[in-house]
Write a protein that binds this ligand. Structure first.
Ligand code: PRX
Length: 635
């Protein structure tokens, strides 16, 4: 049984043990799973290459621990509870037995279509059970899944398919989301025209009975390939350090990179963190509203909950359909015990008014969680009062795609709570704060750059196809440290508050985006010469996207150009990357070495033009006044 901490005192004791003897501690946790062969060594590491190996020589299959292990004790318990987009559509459930059979059938279908251990399979699907089943089917046979959020454009999908040369892409026909009927397969069709030669099969799940073009000989229907398969599929025996999945995420430079997670450590850590942060008890109904296209969905809809034998809710819809009470209607309907969402959703619902929360019985909720971005105090208080009724602890979980699992957070009701503070590190996690010179900031009541000084089991192993990029991005800023890219404050009690990114990454509605990525997209517009993108405070989204754009020639119709730029960004990345504001400028403030002074741009974008500091050393100080004068009003 996974250790479940039951008091703050116990947390302190366990934490101490976990840092004094990390190998002993994690070996104890790992021993609670089924292994084909026990590991020879718990940990091998150095952060210089970096080389990170957990449970070296251990052999396992994560799906045996998610599924087979539970068959005897909880085979008839619901594993996945699917709440469809339409509130009156029938709820679908998969018990552990049914999920096991569905995963095995799908795994056999993958094999029949030539997928074998190590092959990459891309998913471009809405939030339907087949997405979770498909992902687990890959893990069953040792194929590597790469889930691409279905809101990304064909270009973004093609980039990701090509980067990891996926052999198969699995999609649905359409996606009914809120009132929208979204074509999914046509996006895949378009992506396939962009040199995705590695794709041998397109497996299409019939989700809505919509009409799709299946004329490409690579296209096959999911039901035709899967339904007739045997429900028995022996699990591929994997090395603890074999790749489990790739998930693309944005950084401060270049194209998104494929973060690689491996089987053993990821299994141990997601299960441990799930049980402890959410204090999940047998029989509870747990709901995380994230999309499986992001890490939160991987770790805390699929793997963590299933490893723990939980009932995990999958929701196809959106928080505002058919009205802004949908989340709470679903909580009431399924008697949800743990509810996990993003601050941006909380703020959006809060803005709709309290009436949407009223009249629902939310008394089943024991723990509330947030993830993805800093939560402001007002939203925290609203969540606490209107949803938790002051009775449910809020766990503000800080972590990243690269960390694989929750790093800093309360443990249900067993940790002190302070609005806007994620709190204390989980057992085994050793955060520290550095100043910009790399000096360690000791003691409490300090603010600096958040780093982690010791490995944890679910940490990033590499960036797919480019290990040097992994080293450069995370391990080169400070020696022997994993650098998170976040700034943080440690208060007088040692609790951590995450301030936000200190690099050129912005967080829009909990979606992480590189400013360079958005700039590259904008620059694709033939009239654009150069652009600079910064984040600015946005009441609902956390951060909005503010773009400064230089054009080759004077623009007669600025509004028309703005629209065209939005269309280009939608085409290159997807609607989530569309700038909220576009200011057309004649130049960008640059240092004498040609570097854009983003500090000035960020200040102007935030609506504060009062004190821009000394601009006299700029190459082109005159543009600062022009930018100030043309600044677009605060939202
Ligand atoms: O800036 C931090 C912010 O989200 C970033 C990670 O984004 P991503 O890899 O997409 O993963 C999001 C879900 C785990 C972090 O570098 N972030 C995440 N959680 C929090 C947060 N900022 C403040 N508080 C949080 N709880």
């Amino acid at each position: 049984m996974t250790l479940q901490i039951k008091s703050f005192e116990e947390y302190k004791e366990v934490y101490k043990r976990s840092v004094e003897d990390p190998e002993g501690f994690w070996a104890e946790q790992a021993a609670t799973f089924n292994w084909h062969k026990k590991w020879d060594k718990v940990l091998e590491w150095n952060f210089r290459e970096p080389k990170i190996e957990w449970f070296v020589g251990g052999k396992l299959n994560i799906t045996e621990n998610c599924l087979d292990r539970h068959l005897e004790s909880r085979g008839d318990q619901v594993a996945i509870l699917f709440e469809p987009n339409q509130p009156d559509a029938p709820v679908q459930t998969y018990t552990y037995k049914q999920l096991h059979a569905a995963v095995c059938k799908t795994a056999n279908a993958l094999k029949a279509n030539g997928i074998k251990k190590g092959d990459r399979v891309c998913f471009y699907m809405p939030m339907v059970p087949e997405l979770a089943i498909g992902v687990l089917a890959c893990a069953r046979i040792g194929a590597v899944h790469s889930v691409v959020f279905a809101g990304f454009s064909a270009q973004a999908l093609a980039d990701r398919i090509k980067d990891s040369s996926c052999k198969m892409v699995i999609c649905s026909d359409y996606n009914d989301r809120g009132a929208k009927h979204i074509p999914v397969k046509t996006v895949v069709d378009e992506a396939l025209t962009m040199d995705c030669d590695s794709i041998e099969t397109v497996l299409v799940h019939k989700n809505t009975n919509g009409t799709v073009d299946m004329s490409d000989p690579r296209c096959k229907w999911w039901h035709e390939e899967v339904d007739s398969q045997s429900p028995v599929c022996e699990a591929e025996v994997m090395d603890a350090e074999d790749m489990l999945f790739i998930l693309y995420t944005s950084g401060s430079t270049g194209k998104p990179k494929g973060v690689v997670h491996t089987c053993g450590g990821y299994m141990v850590y997601t299960s441990f963190s799930f049980k402890n942060v959410f204090q999940y008890q047998d029989g509870d109904i747990y709901w995380c509203t994230a999309d499986i296209g992001w890490i939160t969905g991987h770790s805390y809809i699929v793997y963590g909950p299933l490893l723990a034998g939980a009932t995990t809710v999958m929701f196809e819809g959106v928080p505002t359909y058919p009205d802004s009470g949908r989340f709470w209607a679903v909580c009431e309907k399924h008697k949800v015990n743990q509810f996990y969402t993003a601050p941006t959703a909380i703020r959006a619902l809060m803005a709709q008014g309290d009436k949407w929360t009223e009249g629902y019985d939310l008394s089943s909720i024991k723990v509330l969680g947030t993830v993805g971005e800093p939560i402001n105090e007002e939203a925290w208080e609203w969540y606490n009062e209107k949803i938790g009724k002051g009775n449910a602890p809020i766990v503000d979980t800080w972590w990243q795609t690269e960390t694989g699992g929750i790093m800093i957070s309360g443990l249900g009701a067993h940790s002190p709570m302070k609005p806007t503070y994620a709190g204390y590190p989980l057992p085994g996690i050793q955060p520290c704060l550095l100043d910009s010179d790399g000096k360690l900031l000791e003691g409490n009541d300090v603010e600096g750059l958040l780093c982690i000084k010791f490995p944890w089991p679910s940490m990033i192993r590499t960036t797919y196809g480019d290990h040097e990029r992994c080293r450069q991005t995370y391990f080169s800023a400070f020696q022997d440290m994993y650098f998170t890219g976040d700034g943080s404050r440690r208060d007088k009690d040692g609790m951590y508050r995450i301030i936000g990114r200190v690099d050129d990454v912005i967080n829009v509605s909990g979606h992480r985006m590189g400013t360079a990525e958005v700039e590259n997209a904008i620059n694709e517009h033939p009239k654009v010469v150069e652009s600079a993108v910064v984040g600015y405070p946005h009441d609902i989204k956390g951060q909005g996207i503010y773009a400064y754009v230089i054009t080759a020639e004077p623009v007669a119709d600025e509004e028309a150009l703005r629209k065209e730029i939005l269309a280009v960004v939608t085409r290159e990345i997807g609607p989530i990357a569309k700038p909220d504001k576009i200011q057309i400028v004649s130049g960008l403030p640059k240092t004498r070495s040609g570097k854009i002074m983003r500090r000035i741009l960020r200040k102007v974008a935030s609506g504060d033009t009062s004190n821009l500091g000394d601009v006299s050393t700029l190459l082109n100080p005159e543009v600062v006044d022009e930018i100030k004068d043309g600044a677009l009003a605060k939202s």
